[in-house]
Design a protein around this ligand. Sequence first.
Ligand SMILES: *Cc1c(COP(=O)(O)O)cnc(C)c1O
Length: 460
Amino acid sequence: MSIQKKMLSELKQKEIFYQAQNYAFEYIDNLETSRVYPNEENLAKLKVFNETLSEKGKTASDILSLLHSKGSLGTVKHTGGRYFGFIIGGVTPISIATKWLTDLWDQCGGLYVSSPINSELEVVCEKWLVELLDLPKESIAGFVSGGSMANFSAITAARYHILQNLGWNVNKKGLNGAPRIRIITHEQIHASIRKNLVLLGFGDENIEYLPSDSQGRILVNSIPKLDNSCLVFLQAGNANSGAFDDFDAVCKMANKVNAWVHIDGAFGLWAAASKELSYLTKGIEKADSWALDAHKTLNIPYDSGIVICKHPDAMANALQATGEYIIYTSKKRDPMLYTPEMSKRSRVIELWATLRYLGVQGVDEMITTFHARAKQIEQGLRELGFQILNEVVFNQVLVACDNEAKTKKILDYIQKSGECWLGGSTWHGKTVIRISISSWMTTESDVAKTINVFERAKNN
Ligand SMILES: *Cc1c(COP(=O)(O)O)cnc(C)c1O
């Protein structure tokens, strides 16, 4: 049978889709009882994938079966309630169901003509997000693969805008011989900003790193005299402590002289959508661009990031990347003018589905609950005699014992237990256990169980 005939029959009979569905349901049903992180024995089973590519190919059913029986053993269960590593987030049921449905649509979201529904929903989500986060009405949004690409896109817009104001068209002339852009940030900025600045030709040595305080917030009184050649990076949510910079104070200084302020708010910017926590994001609307992740705090499937920019022409010109001023090819939205990519998957549909499902109150509740769980674990661990090294303002809790060796031993015990997973980090030179609450699945009882594991680790 020809490959075409074989595939046509699979598509008609649909058995492989049902097979995949059954496996996926089994995975979900075991989520709460299986190990959060694979043990050595499970990892060893991944060796079966190390095979030579066969001459004749394998059956679809065999492939799905292998993935389910062996591949799933190598997954990290961050969609469950007891994964606290990094800040990865879970998935809302509506977003994953939407992804299933729309995966079969396989839309190419680069142009209006290649997917009208994708373009329409980008416009809708742009409006919803700008309102939800209370950003300037004229802002536009691009839907990219994550926080890194969101930062990348914003930096290209800033670079274009600043140089244009200094009489230099960077699209035409490039960076060689361009007026100097001053890059100002602080030592606790996320590595993604540094990486993108290097990728975009600014060079690590040209970044001015200002000092930060005990929580990792920029020291406002260390900011030098700014002017319109300055690009300033601030952070909503320090990846260790969860701390937020003083946006209001810094933006006021920048706005007076037309310096560009970008806020990396990959997981933290969502605090703006919580009534209880929005004091943390005071003044963000005075910035010029923002980056955030839907795949982290909003619990959308990977990969899903958002760049928002107050200067539509700067972003569209920078990302169209022709020498000339932007040419709009259609009156409808062509998403490739808002992102570095041309072809891209229609990831915005899952974001739209989750926002529509939760509504303003639901988003608020989900985000506020992360904070409540973080406070619960903070209190529980304090009662057990652990040290908490940060002010728990959002979803991050940094834990340490009296000495480094003990901290490492406890981290190792917890990671091996498989009952929950959390990572290590260093904070002001000290080894810490880093807890991030970012899955809607995490219940009070998940937190109680986790505190229990800490207690056992301590007495072990
Ligand atoms: C995660 C993160 C990033 C990078 O985002 P990706 O989605 O991983 O590309 C950037 N900044 C901060 C503060 C983050 O937490």
